[in-house]
Write a protein that binds this ligand. Structure first.
Ligand code: ZN
Ligand code: FE
Length: 258
């Protein structure tokens, strides 16, 4: 879940925590968009000098709602070559977990950006999927992340490759399994044009077959989005065979039945 520091979310962590209690959640985690080494990289994340403020906002929610378990994480953008930067972020606070996310398929194109939709015009969907899943595979192999975020994000606006992507998915999921990464069931996709949880049932089925663990996330960018559509996510996970998900404590993986 996010905070206003990323400049495209609303509500403070205390508001998200209050909402979580209202809907009966017992544990939540904040994973706002990590700063980049260069603050001018883009305009939808916290600045580098706001990282401590972010942690303090989450700490405040922990203090005000001791009856709720609140984890401290980051959604970290993975781009090839950013590994040292990500390691330096990891050293700055006692994080519970990092979600490794690929938004950028090149240094200047975030596939989920509504302001860069025209980029799709010159690109073949399968080619975008190929680059995307290559980067996801690299992200899993770094060992820097407990969870890989929204694994099929390029479907956000409804683009779909016509070619079979199974080999791309398998390569990524094999890397996730080998490097002890979970994938998240992220319900934000239901709120986008694709109208589908990230990742698709097809990918989730392959993930289950390979023994890749899962987590649940609403990717809330506003308090009313906390835990949204979790019933559907749980139903989907059960339907493909999952009975356990991960919780992350100080970068340690723990399994729990759901
Ligand atoms: Zn966001
Ligand atoms: Fe994301």
């Amino acid at each position: 879940m996010h905070t206003p520091l990323c400049r495209h979310a609303s509500g403070e962590p205390v508001d998200y925590a209050r909402r979580a209690l209202e809907i009966g959640l017992t544990e939540i985690g904040f994973t706002d968009h990590s700063p980049m080494a260069r603050d001018d990289f883009d305009d939808w994340r916290m600045r580098n000098d706001q990282l401590d403020e972010y942690v303090e906002k989450v700490r405040r929610a922990q203090r005000e709602f001791p009856q709720l378990t609140i984890r401290l994480g980051l959604e970290v953008d993975y781009l090839p070559g950013h590994e040292d930067w990500i390691r330096s972020l990891a050293a700055r606070h006692p994080w519970d977990y990092f979600i490794g996310s690929v938004h950028y398929v090149s240094d200047d194109w975030a596939v989920d950006s509504p302001f860069q939709l025209s980029k799709w015009k010159n690109r073949d969907a399968f080619e975008v999927w190929s680059v995307y899943f290559d980067r996801l595979t690299m992200a899993a192999k770094t060992g820097l992340f407990e969870i890989i975020g929204h694994a099929d994000l390029p479907k956000k606006f409804g683009h779909r490759p016509t070619r079979d992507c199974t080999p791309l998915y398998e390569k990524f999921l094999d890397a996730a399994k080998q490097h002890n990464c979970a994938i998240e069931l992220n319900t934000a996709g239901l709120r986008k044009d694709c109208k589908e949880i990230y990742p698709s049932r097809e990918i989730l089925q392959l993930a289950f077959a390979k023994g890749v663990p899962i987590t649940f996330g609403s990717d809330a960018h506003a308090p009313e989005e906390v835990g949204l559509n979790f019933a559907e996510a749980i139903q989907l996970a059960h339907a493909v065979g999952y009975a356990e998900s991960w919780r992350l404590v100080q970068r340690e993986r723990q399994s729990a039945a759901f």
